[in-house]
Write a protein that binds this ligand. Structure first.
Ligand code: ADP
Length: 410
């Protein structure tokens, strides 16, 4: 890919390693122009790389060569680096930024990864056993491939470390809190991006009482005052709060006891049900975890799944508003928040009592401001970009530490 006609350009690589996929992006420095965004899917099975090039406004799917079946993140990253080598030969990767789901109570800001940090993160795996191991595998794989260049960890939990004790504790014996059993809140990189956009686009409103609804496959909401997170719907794990594509959201712990005591389910089986078989998928009777499918389905189970989803979003907006003693701005983001006029419309119409006046046409058109001029609460739809937050922090933290390293040398 020609970035600057024969000249070598420097870039930040961002890596977001999930359970069976790795999202990646290349940002040219110093302006952080995103030149490639992509995803390797199907790790452990039929893999392919999907990429979007800034130079072409189309998605391309690249099927890995026959027999290329990366079994783990290390192998998948090795494919990715080979691919980058061919595709972006004139780009020098100078630093790598990683999304890390859990930073525990200790990490409240992006951090340069050292051996000591990796030791801490290894110890945190117990707090996020379904996510953190993949994040750490991604870090190790890029460390092996890129040698000495700076690697930066950007934590999803860090944004919420501004909470007071009472907003983060559970009413269980206090020694659990000391062990790290408390509310962490997630999606922090998305909240950080939206907060920055708010400050840029609506400086007078950004510091008021704001709720950001990140509604994607995973979903949570965060209340912000003076630009700081004061409470979030997600808690100790990424299961709590809103129902999600396949995750249950808020649930009475008595249900888990029932599953153990009466259904004989062990922790692995319960985790599978709560993380993979619940949420929209579970409630729709297995129809789909995708809001688009449910919106286009006439079956009562699909309708009930959406009704429950809308009810929970309204309930959490009410709860967060009560905690802040007011509400001035609501922002929708994430796949559902950005694309579903149906969900935004239902939530906002049914919350007219709180001072929301939806502009139906603007909502249908997907404009940034979707409330009417007379609405007391400003309602917005803003596209999120977690990768850009990672790239920005990586550039800031790796400045002056950069060791040039060509993709072609790895
Ligand atoms: P992730 O949390 O994995 O990053 P996204 O934020 O991309 O996920 O959200 C993906 C979800 O967004 C899909 O599963 C789908 O339910 C929803 N979605 C995407 N486009 C639409 C749409 N046009 N209408 C309704 N829902 C949509």
């Amino acid at each position: 890919m020609d970035t600057h006609a024969g000249l070598h350009s420097q870039a930040i690589l961002t890596i977001n390693a999930g359970s069976s996929s790795i999202k990646f992006s290349l940002f040219l420095v110093p302006q952080l122009n995103q030149i490639i965004a992509g995803q390797i899917d199907g790790i452990g099975g039929e893999s392919h790389i999907k990429v979007k090039l800034a130079s072409k406004n189309i998605d391309e799917t690249i099927i890995l060569p026959n027999g290329s079946r990366p079994q783990n993140h290390r192998e998948a990253l090795s494919f990715l680096i080979d691919w980058l080598h061919q595709f972006a030969k004139d780009v020098d990767v100078i630093a790598v930024g990683h999304r890390v789901v859990h930073g525990g109570q200790k990490y409240s800001a992006p951090t340069l990864i050292t051996d000591a940090v990796m030791k801490d993160l290894d110890a945190l795996m117990v707090l996020a056993p379904l996510h953190e191991p993949h994040n750490l595998a991604g870090i190790r794989a890029t460390q092996e491939s890129f040698g000495g260049i700076p690697q930066i960890a950007c934590f999803d939990t860090a944004f919420h470390r501004t909470h007071k004790f009472v907003d983060d504790c559970y009413a269980i014996p206090r020694y659990f809190y000391k062990q790290g059993v408390c509310r962490y809140g997630f999606h922090g990189l998305s909240y950080e991006y939206i907060t920055d956009r708010l400050i840029h686009l609506f400086p007078k409103d950004a510091r008021k009482k704001v709720i950001i609804a990140h509604l994607g496959n995973g979903a949570s909401m965060t209340a912000l005052h003076h630009g700081d997170s004061v409470a979030s719907t997600m808690g100790f794990s990424s299961l709590d709060g809103l129902p999600m594509g396949t995750r249950c959201g808020e649930i009475d712990p008595g249900v888990l006891l029932y599953m153990m005591q009466h259904e004989g389910m062990d922790a692995t089986e319960i985790a599978r049900v709560l993380y993979q078989e619940s949420g929209l998928k579970g409630l729709s009777g297995g129809l789909s975890n995708d809001m688009r499918t449910l919106e286009n389905c006439d079956l009562p189970e699909a309708k009930e799944a959406i009704d429950y989803y809308v009810k929970e979003v309204k309930r959490e907006i009410g709860a967060l508003t009560a905690l802040m003693a007011g509400l001035d701005v609501v922002v929708f983001t994430g796949g559902i928040g950005e694309n579903s006029a149906v969900i935004r419309g239902r939530v906002l119409r049914e919350m007219a009592w709180i001072g929301i006046n939806l502009d139906e046409a603007k909502n249908l058109d997907g404009e940034v401001i979707i409330s009417s001029d007379s609405s007391r609460v400003l309602c917005l739809k803003i596209h999120t970009d977690e990768e850009r937050v990672i790239a920005r922090h990586t550039l800031e933290l790796s400045d002056n530490r950069v060791v040039k390293n060509k993709v072609s040398n790895v």
